[in-house]
Design a protein around this ligand. Structure first.
Ligand code: 5RP
Length: 233
């Protein structure tokens, strides 16, 4: 028996709850950031199994502490068995845009240490082409205006005309947990995500970008029909 789940948050919850069932007792679990990942963290805590969590942000660490999930630092483990995290867009071959919540750097560091990466989302985020959601790029604060001009140059080479926008919160530049700034780029359809990722990584001052390519092993997408669809790369 399935039910209609028209609200986006309900679909996020479905995906988060499904992902919590993939975790086995004794595992080291990467805990993603954002509202979908928060559903996963709550569902994981509700299972009551013994796990250790590696949080990808201060916000997720605070939630996990509230829920009595034991935490361990990323540099205190030799393996992360599974990481579950949200995304802003899921494209072909599970190419992702992440970083809407500003945690892309720590998220990517945790994902890259993980044996299995599970992305969870509501149905509206699965798209045939990436690029409707602004692509976040994390840069060091020192010299960031020059960095943004260099980003503009590589964007032009990738046929992207829109200039990067400095992310603000309450009128002030947004700072990541690592103290960096974020520029958001309205790319439009990204024809070649891999070429764009390489070009951005080559810019001095860029710490990381929100393109997660070849990292996700499976996507669990909560749908309006109350079902969770599995997507493989
Ligand atoms: C944070 C992220 C989030 O996973 C992404 O923004 C999705 O957020 P939400 O689950 O709240 O829609 O990448 O850096």
């Amino acid at each position: 028996m399935t039910s209609i789940v028209t609200d986006i948050d309900g679909q996020k919850r479905l995906a988060g709850e499904a992902a919590a069932l993939l975790v086995e007792p004794g595992q080291v679990v990467g805990l993603g950031t954002g509202s979908t990942a928060a559903h996963f963290v709550r569902a994981l805590a509700a299972r009551g199994i013994a796990v250790k969590g590696v949080p990808t942000s201060e916000a997720t660490a605070a939630l996990a502490r509230e829920l009595d999930i034991p935490l361990v630092g990323v540099d205190d483990v030799t393996r992360i068995d599974i990481t579950v995290d949200g995304a802003d867009e899921i494209g072909p071959e599970l190419a992702l845009i992440k970083g809407g919540g500003g945690a892309l750097l720590r998220e990517k560091l945790v994902w890259e240490l993980s044996r299995r990466c599970v992305v969870i989302a509501d149905a509206a985020k699965a798209l045939p082409v990436l690029g409707a959601f602004p692509l976040p790029v994390e840069v060091v604060a020192f010299g960031h205006k020059g960095t943004s001009r260099r980003i503009c140059d590589v964007l032009a080479d990738c046929d992207i005309a829109m200039p990067p926008r400095l992310r603000k919160r309450d009128g002030e530049p947004f700072r990541t947990d690592s103290g960096n700034l974020i520029y958001d780029i309205d790319c439009g359809e990204i024809a070649d995500p891999s070429a764009l990722a390489d070009a951005l990584k080559g810019v001095t001052g860029v710490v990381e970008h929100g393109l997660f390519l070849g990292l996700a092993d499976i996507a669990l997408v909560g749908g309006a029909d109350g079902r969770v669809t599995e997507i493989l790369p």
